[in-house]
Design a protein around this ligand. Structure first.
Ligand code: C2E
Ligand code: MG
Ligand code: MG
Ligand code: MG
Length: 283
């Protein structure tokens, strides 16, 4: 009787939890095959210099074309990949795929790849990055690796060692979503970052909120004195861009300047804008 009641209670009060768990498990199973089925792909969002006139590179942003659900956001499937350990394989794939794509671009175009904290668990990350550079032949200085503060939060000495090993390969290390984590400023002393990206929540509010503007101002000022490049993320409106130019940010990224796009579109755009001829084009 008690058992039946218990089961009944579960189904009465939390059916939506059971449904969520089932859905997540389904997605995890599907994700196992996604790489082999070539359902994962990367979009590329342009990053501009502060004038907004020069495209300096692109950030690779992952998408999953699910056979039934359609396009799934990384906000949904990256956590599943992290919890299931699939992120190691998927992350290694993204590094090669992004560098391979960048190998078709002009040499002054950088490529930025997001790393998950879960990829820092093993030494394999350094080998994965070295391998991506070797098989695609792009110069290490063209590759930016984006990490978030959470990498520095746990097992920090191990992770800082790995960051130093990555940096020794000649790539640049970027601190993403700056300002959202716990005690952000502290982390700037623990590792010599090459660039920080101010989180889009501050950019969104900087025209209306004195507090958000004050933070943007403090970060750009700090970037200048520490000689760290500062990219503003999520720039959507001309007023924001004008204000960021006034504050002395170094780079801009956001829908105002360009949305994430397909690799094929990027190739034709860079070809037009920079009169770049791909190695495959007839001369
Ligand atoms: P992120 O690295 O901070 O990437 C920036 C996100 O902001 C992207 O969302 C981008 O599409 C979005 N964004 C760019 N400009 C604007 C704008 O002007 N307005 C608004 N509203 N949004 C803008 P996306 O592509 O959905 O990616 C979300 C997050 O998923 C990323 O945040 C990153 O943390 C993670 N992610 C994406 N691709 C990968 C990947 O290959 N590996 C790992 N580990 N994480 C990834
Ligand atoms: Mg990023
Ligand atoms: Mg970000
Ligand atoms: Mg983010």
């Amino acid at each position: 009787e008690a058992k039946r009641q218990g089961k009944g209670r579960y189904e009465t009060f939390h059916p939506e939890l059971a449904e969520l768990a089932r859905e997540r498990l389904d997605l995890e199973n599907d994700l196992r095959n996604a790489l082999a089925q070539q359902e994962l792909f990367l979009l590329y969002q342009p990053i501009y210099d502060i004038s907004g006139a020069h495209n300096t590179g692109f950030e690779a942003l992952m998408r999953w074309r699910h056979p039934v659900r359609g396009i799934v956001s990384p906000l949904e499937f990256i956590p599943i990949a992290e919890n299931s350990g699939l992120i190691l394989e998927i992350g290694a794939w993204a590094l090669v795929e992004a560098c391979r794509e960048a190998s078709h671009w002009p040499d002054d175009q950088r490529i930025s790849v997001n790393l998950s904290p879960a990829q820092f668990g093993r030494q394999a990350l350094v080998e994965d990055v070295a391998n991506a550079l070797a098989v695609t032949g792009i110069h290490p200085s063209r590759l930016d690796l984006e990490i978030t503060e959470s990498i520095l939060l746990d097992a920090s000495q191990h992770n800082i060692d790995i960051l130093h090993q990555l940096k020794a390969l000649g790539v640049r290390i970027v601190l993403d979503d700056f300002g959202t984590g716990y005690s952000s400023l502290h982390y700037l002393r623990s590792f010599p970052f090459d660039r920080i990206k101010i989180d889009q929540s501050f950019i969104r509010e900087m025209c209306d909120s004195r507090e958000a503007l004050a933070i943007v101002r403090a970060v750009t000022g700090m970037g200048k004195s520490l000689e760290i490049e500062v990219t503003a993320e999520g720039v959507e409106r001309p007023e924001q861009m004008a204000l960021l130019q006034q504050e002395g940010c170094s780079h801009l990224q956001g829908f105002l300047l360009g949305r994430p796009g397909l690799a094929t579109d990027i190739l034709s755009q860079t070809a037009d804008a920079l009169e770049f001829r791909s190695p495959h084009a007839a001369s």
